[in-house]
Design a protein around this ligand. Sequence first.
Ligand code: ADP
Ligand code: MG
Length: 338
Amino acid sequence: MLGVLTSRHPELPPAVSVRDLSKHYRVHKKDPGLWGSVRSFVRRQTHEVKAVDGVSFRIERGELVGFLGPNGAGKTTTLKVLSGLLHPTSGEVSVLGFRPWRRQRAFQRQFSLVMGQKNQLWWDLPAMDSFLLNREIYEVPKAQFDESLGELTEALELEPLLKVQVRKLSLGERMKCELTAALLHRPAVLFLDEPTIGLDVVMQKKIREFILEYNRKRGATILLTSHYMEDVVALCERVILIDHGKVVYDGKLEEIVRRHVDRKTLAITFLEPVSREALEGIGEVLEFESQKATVCVPRAEASGRAARLLNEFPVADLNIEEPPVDDVIRHIFTEGKA
Ligand SMILES: Nc1ncnc2c1ncn2[C@@H]1O[C@H](COP(=O)(O)OP(=O)(O)O)[C@@H](O)[C@H]1O
Ligand SMILES: [Mg+2]
């Protein structure tokens, strides 16, 4: 069985090692209109898009890392290089000790890429047919295939979906099947590109729990991009933030939130009604009902202000809260000051 290969084995190469990776696309410039097409055909002008521009990071076996950044930051391009779909322009990349673009079978058998926006199953056939095809491609022994399929069917409630033409499945159902197809050979490394995109909240949560379970149970290494911060908060202790093709942060999610947020909010329930004016002496009042309020205070003074609240007001309950991670991450990228 693969998996359970963690950093307890220091002699093994890391799950992912990327050093100074760049991927530049040559794009043809074209002026608008017919003459633009003719002109650019005669004299091809190109310019370069630096999709990934000197990225380095290392991921140990068994880690579950969030890969975050605004649209066009270079996330998908990086994952495609790591999966061997693209050749890097420069830099060194190793996944489980393999150069991905050589596409060796031993490598192919140990990783999977799942893209939320791209269908990898046979559209006109039931998902089961794609699974069987993958069994052949990855040369999964029958006993292991049956066991994996059984586990996945149970965890993702696939039973009623297996024999339905993929094109007739809902987006969420299809995503479950995509994940199954990607996991039947029990890859030790999993790249997930927006696996929950477009799914409803309930399905998002199911997929998220499943990803965590796969990481825990198989010791699999997972690199995940998602626009949903709920996914990231629930799954990833560590995040790599990328912007304009460059890594702008690599570390604990908690730490970047702490670093970028200079305020905390106090959520208070009172035993009896209080006056808003009095409360404004504590901090900026964000929400106010006579017996409930949230007040925003400078981070460094949060505990002092909380103590004053307890002294001066009839407090029934008090919580010191961090602002939502969504807001923080959006703030980092819009301010460009990670
Ligand atoms: N095949 C391609 N040809 C030219 N430019 C591309 C191609 N794929 C992506 N890009 C450009 O590279 C940049 C990074 O894209 P991408 O890796 O898809 O970002 P992300 O996944 O973070 O949204 C963008 O500017 C995008 O327009
Ligand atoms: Mg993308």
